[in-house]
Design a protein around this ligand. Sequence first.
Ligand code: SF4
Length: 307
Amino acid sequence: MLQQTQVRTVIPYFQKFMEAFPTLQALAEARLDLVLEHWAGLGYYARARNLHRAAKILMAEYGGEIPADLEALLRLPGIGRSTAGAILSLGFDQPAPILDGNVKRLWSRLHGLKERLDTASAERRLWALSVHYLPRERNAEYTQALMDFGAKICTRTHPRCLECVLQDACLAHRSGWVAELPVARARQKPVKFSYWLLLRDEDGRIYLEQRPPVGIWAGLWAPPQWDSREALEAQCQNLGIRPETLTWLPAREHGFSHYLLYYTPALAQLVEPLPMLHDRPACWLKPKTSSQLALPAPVKRLLAELA
Ligand code: SF4
């Protein structure tokens, strides 16, 4: 849950999730849509799907135990080298390195690395530092301290250098480069556009479809979407809805890890029932009851506006 997401955001989701799925077995036996429903609003839904698949594999192949073995952990969906390192060090006190965003920032400042961190060579150098600093004992405490240090002392903005025990060794601090490091990515995220059709029936219910099992928001529920306004309007004409009767709502944006989505909703008030639009599960939902379905956060916000 903490990948790409701050602790204070995660806490209420974590508590609710653990109440619903208190054991690996409970998670493995749960239906995916129920798991997604408990994840709704947290974003990056691949994490929920991976966690669910990993729980199934652990139950089927490891008797419900988490293996204390790097290769076995790396074979689980959603577990990369850093997460595997965190499991081995925090859970089994093994000398296993981690390299999350906080640790990358710390190494970059401590060693004054004036290069972008998203290159293969920087990645190799950073991993080498994570291995280099591994202690011989108390690995769980070391890893926890390292994560806390990045989150609380060597923070992205306003690091607490004057209280920092590493200030004499820190090249960025001694050289006055703290604000410049780590070097920011040069690239802007690419932008995608999407046009959402909000079909509202006479009872105020909105038409939602379950998204395909792969891709963005896989398995979640959302209004039908097109890449262009023209494509949305053409579909409306096929349905007997005149495009000039659509109410266009203000465009909004939503950030994914790898691109920015600009989406524009168009509201169509129906006077008679319509057939289903696509060959996939669909439903009519009262905006006030939106918590009953696994919805991406932007859809949830939009329905709250319409409630
Ligand atoms: S001195 Fe400042 S920049 Fe250097 S490690 Fe400490 S908090 Fe980070």
